[in-house]
Design a protein around this ligand. Structure first.
Ligand code: SF4
Ligand code: SF4
Length: 314
């Protein structure tokens, strides 16, 4: 039997901003219906991997045989510094080292501290398997899914020094042991607010959720090939991802700078000017983004985004 208190204490000692536990079971019917409607409308764009293993995504006991407990954790990445105003911006999550590695290593250390063995007692994931991460973070009581579809952690639910808001990476342990206590989900506190919908330059958000095909975050990272001209005009000044809906969210006034040094931008990235971006070579790209999640967009994708930003800068 897992001690929920011990799990949270050890997660906190490892720097996680928030942690919670829920029984491993199929996601609730309303969430299954949401996924099916979203995929049915093709709002996932070219992210075909979201359709694969849908059964596992909707039920983590099919992903990890014998799963009894989900532990959801959040690790803050809100940076203490911004990229140079002389250059272009990037989504804040992409400033530092690849979060997949940073979060997964800490999760594996959490298992060790709890006396658990990877695979024998469960598995650690961070955006690396078909798991409905935001749903489980909500189900484990970390926060709620805002109208911008991101998880919002209210400041009183995380460690005091980690603040609140949306600038958190999520990760999970799917464990084969029951816990002595499980957390309850939090109701949405979005109320009548619509700021994220109003801030979105491409109308990618609506009451039906996100249409990835119009979302600059999807288009500048996942999408391959040219950008539709009507959407390309909105890329500048952010050449990788888009934080506009997060910036508009009033809960991010509770954001506090991360103490995770791996998420800080390098001096070289901080110093990039627009002219540097315009002349970026493959070698510079490889040096600048060694060990970074930005590699996902590939050199060609980043160059395409820079070109779009350059062509539409005022
Ligand atoms: S990331 Fe940008 S484009 Fe996507 S929904 Fe948010 S504001 Fe809109
Ligand atoms: S901007 Fe407003 S509506 Fe959107 S997620 Fe934040 S609180 Fe909710």
């Amino acid at each position: 039997m897992l001690s929920a208190t011990l799990v949270k204490q050890e997660a906190q000692a490892l720097g996680f901003s928030a942690a919670g536990l829920a029984p491993a079971e199929a996601v609730e019917p309303w969430r299954q219906a949401q996924w099916q409607a979203w995929l049915g409308d093709r709002r996932q764009g070219e992210m075909d991997y979201l359709e694969r293993n849908l059964e596992k995504r909707l039920n983590p006991t099919l992903l990890v045989d014998g799963a009894k407990t989900i532990v959801s954790v959040a690790l803050g990445y809100f940076p203490a510094v911004s990229l140079s105003p002389e250059g272009y911006t990037m989504a804040r999550y992409a400033y530092g080292q690849d979060y997949h590695d940073v979060v997964r290593h800490r999760l594996e250390e959490l298992m060790q501290r709890l006396g658990l063995e990877p695979h024998k007692d469960g598995r650690a994931f961070c955006d690396t398997a078909p798991i409905d991460e935001r749903y489980w973070a909500w189900r484990c009581g970390l926060g709620w899914m805002g109208r911008h579809t991101q998880l919002i952690i209210p400041p009183q639910h995380g460690r005091k020094e980690c603040g609140g808001g949306t600038y958190f990476f999520l990760g999970e342990l799917v464990l084969k042991h029951r816990a002595d206590h499980y957390d309850q989900p939090i109701d949405s506190h979005c109320g009548t607010c619509q700021r994220c919908l109003e801030a979105c330059p491409t109308d990618a958000l609506s009451d039906r959720g996100l249409d990835a095909r119009k979302c600059l975050s999807y288009l500048t990272i996942e999408h391959r090939g040219p950008l539709d001209e009507s959407l390309a005009t909105h890329v500048t000044p952010c050449i990788y991802g888009c934080d506009r809906c997060a910036e508009a969210c009033p809960w991010n006034k509770f954001a506090k700078p991360t103490t995770v040094t791996e998420f800080s931008p390098s001096k070289a990235l901080m110093a990039m000017t627009k002219a540097d971006w315009h002349s970026l070579s493959v070698e510079q790209y490889q040096h600048l983004f060694k060990g970074s999640a930005v590699k996902r967009a590939k050199f060609e994708g980043l160059k395409r985004n820079i070109e779009a930003a350059k062509n539409h800068s005022s």
